[in-house]
Design a protein around this ligand. Structure first.
Ligand code: DGT
Ligand code: CA
Ligand code: CA
Ligand code: ZN
Length: 593
């Protein structure tokens, strides 16, 4: 058993013990042990061999023998005993947001509930609200959680599947028999969640390619294998499809397996209208003669279309657009690219709930060669996240003054992520907000307000002259919860009118605002900011996911503020304030002309 499996297993043991009512001391030993192993960087197998597992801080004798057994034989007597303490199906209940081990224990003990289906029935019968520590509200939360669990089952985040895909891609790229290999499917189209990973490879020797694929690290199960098609389940629980084709078929296969299904249907219809035939194996004209398809571009060109970027292939009008561009002799306009990013706003630090200090974050921004970096910790109402008092905000300013001297090449901007309070006001008085370089206004509470109320609340915040950016507009958490109810079209119009930048939150759990609003955003001339909402140095890397979604929105670098040069960027941050001071200058249009 490998390290990540053991980490997972120890954490599960902690949960089982807690459900079973074991001593908090024992529960904590497993929780801490799991975390300790996760934070420890090193070769576990070697440590086990040398019988040095207790040298990891936070792992005692008891745990170390479990870890040793698991690492060497994959089984542990003690682990099996712990597993036997509670029915296995109770662990499934933990996947429902808001249900921790303590609640699951109560539900099981009081009502004898074992499965998600039984829990759902108990909610409908209003039995849960009768339990001590539960309320009517809990029933609704559980029901919604169950619904989401079913709806999202089997999909994974762009970030997770991206990592898994890279692992398989690299192992194929290292195989000398591979001619070309590419990512396809929803991941190549930069969808916000992914059902399974699709890879397409070309070769003259499919056996060697299949062997390389199956030799990739981290395969839980081989579901099928064959000359052209193989499918495995990765240890992360993600399916990986590999198609192996001949070099001549590569372009049409890649096009086909990139999809989307709907895009392909329209494209095939276009071929059929000419009496041609298009499928994953090639393109044939009316006389059944194969047409040259060396790359994807040539497929589109034969069909009198300009080549459409993969992110745009969703059958949402892109084929009509490609036809128009082709007949006008133009190309698909350039979409924003990661290399164009010059900095960002909306990053946290240990001043609030971040894991890295402000200095470490700034250092990393400087090392990335960024031109500007904005820190935006939580505001005072967000007590759960260590929100800053006015006093702390002033102290933070002193540290920033110091860092500005140390990092003269980087423009450090002092901002705040202000909670939008229930009545739509921001979290500090105007004179405090006025001292800041910018304000990201975000909703972090009262998610369940009625649609009109929520819309009014956010509108009020967007109309506040100190609001520079509308942070994670819908508040959704992918695969967990939907966003709050709001009138998006209306609020986007308000943002446009007020000159507020709309955030594309690049945290892979958010990717919010949703890319489907791309067209409306462009029509309204809204400027987007791709912000990582980073709580650690690694979190800054999330910008790349945001860029993928921005490309899916169809945005060019002109529409993404944090690709702009420093001067223009700084000017942009004060547009709302200045406009409010001089209403006759209202723009509401992009200022990047
Ligand atoms: P996913 O995996 O649910 O996130 O979404 P996709 O788009 O990756 O879907 P997937 O993995 O089923 O198939 C990858 C692409 O292959 C899909 O976008 C279009 C193409 N494809 C696969 N099976 C079919 C099919 O039965 N009919 C058509 N027209 N296209 C297919
Ligand atoms: Ca797929
Ligand atoms: Ca697939
Ligand atoms: Zn936030």
């Amino acid at each position: 058993m490998n390290k990540s499996e053991i980490i997972q297993l120890l954490a599960e043991c902690g949960q089982i013990l807690e459900i079973s009512g074991a001593s908090p001391f024992r529960v904590r030993a497993f929780q801490q042990g799991s975390r300790a192993l996760e934070n420890w960087q090193g070769d576990l197998d070697q440590l086990v061999e040398e019988d040095q597992v207790t040298s990891i801080r936070g792992i005692g004798k008891g745990l170390s023998s479990i870890i040793r057994d698991l690492a060497t034989s994959g089984v542990s007597e003690e682990e099996a005993e712990i597993r036997a303490l509670v029915p296995e199906s109770l662990l499934e209940l933990l996947r429902i947001p808001g249900l921790g081990p303590k609640k699951v224990r109560a539900i099981h003990q009081e009502l004898g509930i074992l499965t998600i289906e039984e829990l759902e029935a108990a909610c409908f019968q209003q039995q849960i609200r009768e339990l001590a520590g539960f309320a009517e509200r809990t029933e609704n939360v559980i029901l919604k959680g169950i619904k989401n669990l079913r709806r999202f089952a089997g999909r994974s985040l762009l970030s997770v599947s991206g990592l898994v895909a890279t692992r398989f891609l690299q192992s194929l790229q290292r195989c000398p028999a591979v001619d070309q290999v590419e990512l396809a499917g929803s991941l190549r189209r930069s969808r916000e969640t992914v059902g399974d990973i699709d890879l397409v490879a070309s070769t003259e020797n499919s056996l060697l390619v299949r062997q390389a694929f199956l030799a990739t690290e981290g395969i839980r199960e081989v579901e099928s294998e064959g000359e052209t098609k193989s499918r495995v389940q990765s240890e992360e629980g993600i399916g990986v499809d590999l198609r192996v084709v001949t070099p001549e078929q590569f372009a049409t296969a890649l096009q086909h397996f990139t999809g989307s299904r709907e895009h392909n249907t329209s494209l095939r219809q276009r071929a059929r209208d000419r009496g041609w035939k298009l499928n994953e194996y090639g393109l044939w004209d009316a006389a059944d003669q194969p047409l040259e398809t060396a790359d994807e571009e040539s497929i589109y060109e034969h069909l009198e279309l300009v080549s459409i970027p993969p992110e745009q292939r969703e059958d949402l009008g892109e084929i009509e657009r490609a036809e128009q561009l082709f007949s006008d002799g133009q190309e698909w306009p350039d979409l924003v690219e990661f290399e164009q990013i010059q900095g960002t706003l909306h990053c946290h630090s240990t001043w609030s709930d971040g894991k890295a200090t402000l200095r470490e974050m700034v250092q990393s921004a400087a090392e990335r060669g960024w031109k500007y970096y904005g820190t935006a910790d939580h505001s005072r109402t967000a007590a759960y996240a260590g929100g800053l008092t006015i006093d702390q905000l002033h102290q933070q300013r002193l540290e920033i003054d110091q860092l500005r001297q140390e990092f003269p090449e980087l423009t450090i901007l002092h901002g705040i992520e202000s909670d939008i309070l229930t009545d739509g006001s921001l979290d500090y008085p105007d004179e405090v907000l006025a001292e800041l370089d910018y304000v990201v206004a975000s909703v972090h509470s009262n998610f369940s307000l009625a649609r009109q109320q929520q819309t009014d609340r956010i509108e009020r915040a967007l109309r506040n002259r100190y609001t520079t950016v509308w942070g994670h507009p819908t508040g959704r958490l992918l695969l967990q919860r939907d966003g709050y109810e709001l009138d998006m079209v209306h609020l986007l119009k308000v943002a446009a009118e007020e000159g507020v930048i709309v955030e594309l939150n690049a945290n892979p759990r958010r990717l919010d605002v949703d890319w489907r609003w791309g067209r409306t955003i462009q029509e309204l001339g809204i400027d987007i900011g791709i912000h990582p909402d980073a709580h650690s140095i690694a979190g800054l890397d999330d910008i790349e996911h945001g860029v993928g979604i921005a490309r899916k929105m169809g945005l060019s670098c002109q529409q993404v503020t944090n690709t702009w040069d420093l001067d223009l960027y700084i000017q942009r941050l004060s547009v709302h304030r200045e406009q409010a001071a001089a209403p006759e200058n209202r723009v509401g249009e992009s200022t990047n002309e």
